[in-house]
Design a binder for this molecule. Structure first.
Ligand SMILES: Nc1ncnc2c1ncn2[C@@H]1O[C@H](COP(=O)(O)OP(=O)(O)OP(=O)(O)O)[C@@H](O)[C@H]1O
Ligand SMILES: [Mg+2]
Length: 132
């Protein structure tokens, strides 16, 4: 595990934008950290780094934002059961060959494929430790 120390939202975004170069189609990236840790900021950096500009987001469900069929950004905060997640079709996205970025993956842990990449964010004030 390596650690990057970020001092601002912008630094987290830029780190993620660069980190995106290490991702390939089919990867599932789990973003871990408490509420407000910076998971969405990091996800947006990854999305930008994958060459998605101002492409329109299609929120197929409130739970997943889809970018051109290539990137899927999940927010599973409000998922309360595996049955609900299955009913929403969340597991289907893992079969689509894009990059999946998942916030609050602990709420769908039984549906996650093997070999997920994890990025853990912690800290307070404007400092964040990003473990990857
Ligand atoms: N170094 C930093 N990196 C990222 N965000 C930071 C940093 N310092 C401060 N922030 C602030 O922390 C907040 C992070 O919000 P964000 O929505 O990304 O969190 P989250 O982990 O997605 O929360 P949630 O669990 O509610 O989805 C933003 O308000 C951002 O400005
Ligand atoms: Mg978020």
């Amino acid at each position: 595990m390596a650690v990057f120390l970020s001092h601002s939202e912008e630094e987290t975004f830029r780190w993620a934008k660069d980190f995106a170069a290490t991702l390939k189609a089919g990867d599932v990236v789990l973003l871990e950290g408490e509420m407000g840790a910076g998971k969405t900021v990091l996800a947006k950096g990854l999305i930008a780094g994958m060459g998605i500009g101002d492409e329109v987001t299609s929120p197929t469900y409130a739970y997943v934002n889809e970018y051109g069929g290539r990137v899927f950004h999940f927010d599973c905060y409000r998922v309360t059961s595996e049955a609900q997640a299955l009913g929403l079709g969340l597991s289907d996205y893992f079969e689509r060959g894009g990059v999946c970025i998942v916030e609050w993956s602990e709420n769908i842990k039984d549906l996650l494929p093997g070999g997920c990449k994890r990025i853990k964010i912690s800290g307070n004030g404007s400092e964040r430790e990003i473990e990857f």
